[in-house]
Design a protein around this ligand. Structure first.
Ligand code: 5GP
Length: 190
């Protein structure tokens, strides 16, 4: 059992059969010592991949992504969420459906921070339906930049995220914790 699994057992709460609440340490109140361990774990796993930049989407992806970027010694690019369509030629933009909020948002990233010789590591807190990660992939696919892999803190394997990412060619997905089920108010790990 790794440190994140232990923390989840101690502090997470099953909200319903689809959603795990981790707001005491991962995405509302944030524990820097856990984030530091998460950053070290991702950096260790992807250390030979010649990553030039870490990328995530606001908000809760920022904490693990920032610690990972620090460990790898590279910048972090944070894709923004916008409710109004961004017409500016300066941004890449794609539409993403939010699993937790049940709405569509525009994901944007400035063209000046993505170059063709970038090799990205995508980091996010959860992998559920895969929509957020697919949005980031779409943003990067506007360019000739490469994606070395995806690092996920908590993957819910009973949802389709990994399958969806595999379908678009994303194979190198590394999850620190995999959750098989949240049924009957009970958390079951893989
Ligand atoms: P997706 O469905 O696109 O893979 O998930 C997108 C985002 O929804 C994740 O980055 C995460 O912020 C949020 N999310 C998905 N599932 C959960 C969950 O079980 N608990 C919490 N707290 N957030 C989740």
């Amino acid at each position: 059992m790794n440190f994140l699994q232990e923390e989840i057992i101690k502090k997470a709460r099953v909200l319903n059969e689809d959603v795990l609440k981790v707001d005491s340490f991962l995405n509302h109140q944030v524990d820097p010592s856990i984030m530091s361990k998460i950053g070290k774990s991702f950096a260790e796993h992807f250390k030979d991949k010649a990553i030039t930049k870490v990328i995530t989407v606001e908000t809760s992806g920022i904490y693990p992504a920032l610690f990972t970027a620090q460990e790898l010694g590279v910048p972090l690019l944070v894709c923004k969420k916008s409710n109004s369509f961004v017409l500016s030629q300066d941004y890449y933009c794609t539409d993403v459906f939010s699993f937790t909020h049940g709405n569509l948002y525009h994901m944007i990233a400035s063209k000046k921070y993505i170059s063709d010789d970038d090799n990205f590591l995508i980091i996010d807190d959860f992998l559920a339906t895969g929509e957020a990660t697919k949005g980031i992939v779409t943003i990067i696919e506007h360019t000739n930049a490469k994606i070395a892999g995806v690092g996920i803190c908590i993957e819910k394997t009973f949802q389709n995220g990994r399958k969806e990412l595999n379908k678009i060619g994303m194979k190198n997905i590394y999850s620190l914790v995999k959750i098989k089920s949240l049924n009957n108010n009970t958390l079951t790990f893989e």
